[in-house]
Design a protein around this ligand. Structure first.
Ligand code: TXA
Ligand code: MG
Length: 326
C-alpha cells in the first residue's frame, strides 16, 4: 500500500463513520461528507457556516453513477458527462432520494453531480463507492482554498483529515449546468466555457447566474477577502491608487503581466500572472496574500476574454469586490 492509499483508506473509514474529510480537486479543495448520511451533512453545514437552504455539489467517481444518484437523467447530461468528466463541470439533474438526502440540496428535488479530475479525489470516491457531498472547504462567504494549507488555516481543528494533493490545477470552481428544465441553463461560469458546453449539446444555454433562482454560490458578495477589492481598468489603476494612498491606506494591485508602469511607489504589486489560465490558478492565493500583507484595498484588473476562464475569473473578482468608495 502506498502512503496515499493508506491516508485515503483512513479518509474512507472517516466518511463511513459520518465524519468530514477535506480533499483536493482540480478546481478547489472540497469539504466532504457522505451524501446519504443526513447527520454527516448537517455537520458539514455547521462547520462550513453555510445557510441550510444552499445546495451542495455531490462528487462521484464515474459517469455511470449519474443514474444511481440522479433519476430521469436526460440525454444532455450524458453528452456533457461523456465530454467533460472527469473535469470542472457540475451537472444538475433530478435527485435519487435515498442516495442523496434532502439535507444535501436544501430540500430541492435536484442535485448537482460532478466527477472531479484529481487522482486523490478519484481514489477516495472510487473506494468510498457512494456520493460525497462537498462544498469548497472554506467558511461560508470567504475565499475558496486551493492548497491543503489554506484548508487548515480556514477550518483548523474542525476537520481532522485533510488529504493533500498539492495546489489545484484550475483554481476556480466548476461550471454548473442545469439540464432539468425545458432549456439548459448555466448557473455558474467556471472551468469549462459556455462555448464548449453549447458545442457538446448542440443548443444555446440560458444564463441564470444571479438572483434567487440561480446557484447560491452566485450571491453578489462571495469569495471575499478582508481587504476591500476594487475593480479597475489598467489605464486607471495609477490614478485610483494615488487617491487611496492619499487616505493613508495600504494599496495593492493584482493584474496580468505586464502591470501598469506608472504606479506610485508605495503600491504593493502582487506577482502578476502571465496568462488567463495562470490568473485563474493563482487568483484565490493572491486574494489571501492581500490579507496576509495587511492591505486595506486591493485593486484588481480582470483578465481579458469574455468566455471560459477569463469570464470565470472576472465573475469571482466582481463578487469579491465591494462597491468602490469615492
Ligand atoms: O469546483 C467545484 O464545484 C467545487 C469543488 C469542491 O468541487 N465545489 C464548489 O462547491 O464550488 P460550493 O458548495 O462552494 O458551490 C456549489 C454551488 C453553489 O453555488 C450551489 O448553489 C450550486 O453549486 N448547486 C449545488 N447543487 C445545486 C442544485 N441542485 N441546483 C442548483 N445549484 C446547485
Ligand atoms: Mg464555495
Amino acid at each position: 500500500m502506498t502512503d496515499t492509499s493508506r491516508v485515503v483508506a483512513r479518509a474512507v473509514d472517516a466518511l463511513r463513520a459520518g465524519e468530514l474529510v477535506a480533499f483536493p480537486t482540480e478546481t478547489v479543495y472540497g469539504l466532504g461528507a457522505d451524501a446519504a448520511n443526513a447527520d454527516a451533512v448537517r455537520r458539514l453545514y455547521l462547520v462550513k457556516g453555510r445557510p441550510p437552504r444552499h445546495p451542495v455539489i455531490v462528487h462521484i467517481a464515474r459517469s455511470d453513477q449519474l443514474d444511481e444518484l440522479g433519476r430521469d437523467v436526460p440525454d444532455d447530461a450524458r453528452l456533457l458527462a461523456d465530454a467533460f468528466w472527469p473535469g470542472p463541470l457540475t451537472i444538475v439533474v433530478r435527485r435519487d432520494h435515498a442516495r442523496v438526502v434532502p439535507e444535501v440540496t436544501g430540500g430541492l428535488d435536484t442535485v448537482g453531480l460532478r466527477v472531479p479530475d484529481h487522482p486523490v479525489a478519484l481514489e477516495l470516491l472510487e473506494s468510498f463507492g457512494g456520493g460525497v457531498a462537498a462544498p469548497s472547504a472554506n467558511r461560508f462567504g470567504r475565499v475558496s482554498p486551493t492548497t491543503a494549507a489554506h484548508v487548515r488555516a480556514d477550518l483548523g481543528d474542525d476537520v481532522r483529515i485533510v488529504l493533500d494533493g498539492g495546489a489545484c490545477r484550475v483554481g476556480v470552481e466548476s461550471t454548473i449546468v442545469d439540464v432539468t428544465g425545458a432549456e439548459p441553463a448555466i448557473l455558474r461560469v467556471g472551468g469549462v466555457s459556455r462555448g464548449e458546453v453549447e458545442r457538446v449539446i448542440g443548443r444555446v444555454c440560458a444564463s441564470r447566474t444571479s438572483g434567487e433562482a440561480a446557484a447560491p454560490g452566485t450571491l453578489a458578495s462571495h469569495y471575499a477577502p478582508r481587504a476591500e477589492v476594487e475593480l479597475v481598468d489598467a489605464a486607471a489603476a495609477a490614478a485610483r491608487a494615488a487617491v487611496i494612498l492619499a487616505r493613508s491606506e495600504r494599496v495593492g494591485l493584482l493584474a496580468s503581466a505586464p502591470v501598469p508602469a506608472d504606479l506610485p511607489a508605495p503600491v504593493v504589486v502582487l506577482t502578476a500572472p502571465h496568462d488567463t489560465e495562470e490568473y485563474a490558478r493563482v487568483l484565490y492565493s493572491r486574494l489571501r496574500e492581500a490579507d496576509d500583507l495587511g492591505l486595506d484595498v486591493l485593486l484588481v484588473v480582470s483578465p481579458s476574454g469574455s468566455d471560459g476562464l477569463g469570464a470565470a475569473v472576472a465573475d469571482r473578482v466582481r463578487r469579491a469586490a465591494h462597491p468602490a468608495r469615492p
